[in-house]
Write a protein that binds this ligand. Structure first.
Ligand code: SF4
Ligand code: SF4
Length: 199
């Protein structure tokens, strides 16, 4: 009698997410990361938690969800990339690496999908000034979506994302740099915010 092990199903071969799949398998769904995650704490939606996003990644890899699924895209977009979940995880799940791999895998199919304002492809265009004063970390940051207008030095301001001359690793909304408020460069733009219903 012979036995064989079925090869793992992979609907996205030769993608960054497939290459990072071993990290997905390290998650034991214990939930220790949930309360460390600001998007889960604020939105109270499992799909906006580290554990929930890892499940979504797995389902895309297995072919159960399409790469261009707008709901999945929204939950991945909401992730701040802060990696607080990595510190809280006892199983060593490399969440940040998985998030980057997922976004890189989804990027080609999402590049032409417009957001609710009808625009797309903004990341990687210009660095974006935001209103926040520079602080070294998020300790004591307001739990709201308002700008943080106090800090160790408001002569330094926060720049988010990366411009077209920079490396890909910074091409995400949560990436930040400290810059002198009077600095001006040809790759600098600013972030425009308009609030609308998530649904
Ligand atoms: S990422 Fe880590 S802490 Fe979160 S559910 Fe998975 S194993 Fe648990
Ligand atoms: S990186 Fe931050 S926002 Fe994203 S799942 Fe982890 S803790 Fe939550």
């Amino acid at each position: 009698m012979s036995s064989s092990v079925s090869p793992a199903r992979c609907a996205l071969p030769n993608t960054p997410l497939a290459d990072a799949a071993a990290g997905l398998d390290a998650c034991v769904h214990c939930g220790f990361c949930l309360q460390a995650c600001p998007t889960y704490v604020n939105l109270e939606d499992e799909n906006d938690s580290p554990r929930g996003r890892l499940v979504l990644m797995r389902r895309m890899l297995d072919g159960d969800i399409a790469l261009d699924d707008p709901d999945v895209g929204r939950h991945m977009d909401r992730c701040l990339g802060c990696r607080a979940c990595e510190t809280a995880c006892p199983s060593g799940v490399p969440y940040g690496e998985l998030l980057e791999a997922t976004r890189a895998t989804m990027a080609p199919v999402r590049a032409t999908i417009a957001n609710p304002l009808g625009v797309h492809g903004l990341l990687g265009n210009a660095n974006e000034w935001v209103a926040d004063c520079w602080n070294d970390n998020y300790d004591s940051a307001p739990g709201t979506q308002e700008a943080r207008l106090t800090g160790a030095d408001c002569g330094l301001r926060v720049m988010r994302g990366q411009g077209w001359t920079a490396i890909a690793a910074g091409t995400r909304a949560a990436f930040r740099l400290k810059m002198t408020a009077t600095d001006r460069r040809f790759t600098f733009g600013f972030r425009v915010v308009r609030e609308f219903d998530a649904d």
